[in-house]
Design a protein around this ligand. Structure first.
Ligand code: FES
Length: 379
């Protein structure tokens, strides 16, 4: 996940894997099993220290007007420990637990976290550090012109405390004999840990990194095997726009394809990759509406009735009259826009990757209904 609501979730061959952690996990992490398989006893000194820190932290928080308030209860509080600029409009942040003694939850390449920002704004960003390092997470966010979430992230300073939810996985990194990775610009964030993992496991892979120009492409210096066979840094101003035939030239039947980048790049690859190749993608914008029909939503049993046209989402229509309606991913996986469904037959198109099951709810951002169906929403 890479900026404003920006992700396309799992490809056509796998459901996302849900990763659950209770709030208690963060406050009272269970120590890992020892090398010899024995369960370790919790370190009482560290637990005591953690409890003391939890009491003191609210008194010492560096909250300043204009900066995020302390993380709400239930979210994992993390401190911005380091801010770097790997490209002119990209902020890369190292996030450490706000309380000592807390071990961050396990993650794998492809996982993202929900970042809780000022005003309760929630955005998803891919983890792009080292999964083996549980002492901290790293995210990188490109500033989008007019983007609320990316703007708030770029205002964060070292020492600020924010809340995290997750990690969750909507872009599963599956075992394959061979990989083709394609990243466009900030789409490098979920792909980078995958390339590193494939490189470390001695898997055969091809990695193509595209972008406007070299200076706009973050983490070029961190690519494993760069300069060697199979890793291509391919800025448009030197090579022209990426050519799909060229990208797929060496595709073998056992190759899994992973792509994260702009929608046209993903769509072009999706339509050309043969059905037998596992295909996984993550995008920067809401998916296009496929097979949309006009339907109605009523806001409460006696509220106004709104028409949702074929080519618009219910979220866009509802937000015109209720601009405060919350949303986050706009791609059907975070659950933020789900509202109660009082009556009507929905065509549910969301695919929750965590949190509560859908139940009698309707995801405004992607779900729809049959022609002229009226859904009564608990709004
Ligand atoms: S905004 Fe995330 S599911 Fe709708």
């Amino acid at each position: 996940m890479t900026g404003e609501p920006d992700q396309d979730g799992p490809g056509r061959s796998e459901r996302p894997r849900e990763v659950k952690h209770s709030a208690g996990f963060y406050a009272n992490p269970r120590p890992p099993v020892s090398l010899y398989g024995r369960q370790r006893r919790p370190d009482r000194f560290m637990l005591g220290l953690g409890k003391l820190a939890a009491r003191i932290e609210p008194l010492t928080s560096r909250w300043r007007p204009g900066h995020p308030p302390p993380a709400p209860a239930g979210d994992l509080p993390v401190r911005v420990a380091r801010v770097e600029r790997p490209a002119p409009d990209v902020a890369a942040m190292t996030l450490l637990p706000a309380h000592p003694g807390v071990v961050l939850p396990y993650w794998q390449p492809g996982h993202h976290v929900d970042v809780v920002l000022s005003g309760g704004v929630v955005r998803q960003y891919s983890l792009c550090g080292d999964p083996a390092d549980r002492s901290g997470y790293r995210i990188a966010v490109r500033r989008i012109e007019g983007g609320v979430g990316s703007g708030l992230v770029h205002e964060l300073a070292e020492g600020d405390v924010i809340g995290l939810r997750g990690p969750r996985n909507a872009f599963p990194f599956a075992r394959a004999q061979r990989y083709l990775f394609v990243a466009g610009g900030i789409g490098i964030t979920p792909i980078l840990p995958m390339v590193r993992a494939a490189h470390a496991a001695d898997r055969e892979f091809t990695f193509v990194y595209t972008g406007r120009d070299r200076k706009s492409m973050p983490f070029r210096g961190e690519l494993p095997g760069v300069g060697g066979e199979g890793v291509f840094v391919r800025p448009d101003d030197e090579y022209g726009p990426p050519d799909v035939e060229e990208l797929l030239a060496d595709l073998t039947p056992e190759t899994a394809v992973y792509v994260c980048g702009p929608a046209p790049l993903i769509n072009a690859l999706r339509t050309r990759v043969p059905a037998e190749n596992p295909f996984f993608s993550e995008r920067f914008s809401p998916p296009p509406i496929v097979d949309g029909r006009r339907f109605e939503v009523q806001l409460g049993r006696s509220g106004p009735v709104l028409t949702v046209p074929e080519d618009e989402s219910a979220l866009d229509v509802v937000r015109r009259v209720r601009p405060e309606t919350a949303y986050s991913c706009r791609q059907g996986f975070c659950g933020t826009c789900r509202v109660g469904l009082l009556s009507g037959e929905p065509d549910n198109r969301d695919r929750p990757t965590g949190g509560s099951p859908r139940g009698a709810e309707f995801a405004l951002c992607v779900s729809r209904a049959e022609e002229d169906e009226r859904l009564v929403l608990d709004l």
